[in-house]
Design a protein around this ligand. Sequence first.
Ligand SMILES: [Zn+2]
Length: 164
Amino acid sequence: MSAFDDLFAANAEFAKEFGSSDLTGRAARGLGVVTCMDSRIDPLGLLGLKPGDAKILRNAGARVTDDVLRTLVVGVYVLGVERVLVMPHTDCGMTKVTDADIHDLTAERGVDTRSLDFHTVPDQWAALRHDLTRIRTSPFLPTGMPVTGAIYDVRSGRLSPVDY
Ligand SMILES: [Zn+2]
């Protein structure tokens, strides 16, 4: 019995119904979504999307990091992304801690994380403005590509557009 048996068993059932797929790896709806790893977020469901429609980029806090920019470059030039939605959410754990808090927590377990930047979020609006600007002004992404932000409410399921 491994820690993953439940998943492989579930997949065996999933694959029975799956048939075969003709989808390609291109984003059929031309969309890239940057959102948080929060387990309450169902990006496809809340946006009316289905597999194949969009590139979903997730990390702690929905931050536009160097790796997110790298992935957006691939998404845009290789995989059909033509617009980007940055979607943080209410009650985000990354708004409740500082980088120093995380360093302290890991230090209690004997791990030194001070060389990592966790991109914690003291001000969600400021962070979103920063992250949208980072995409819009990236020299690697097309000028004028539609980029917008919206905050997802994990209690109501509603998305509030925020356009800076
Ligand atoms: Zn979050």
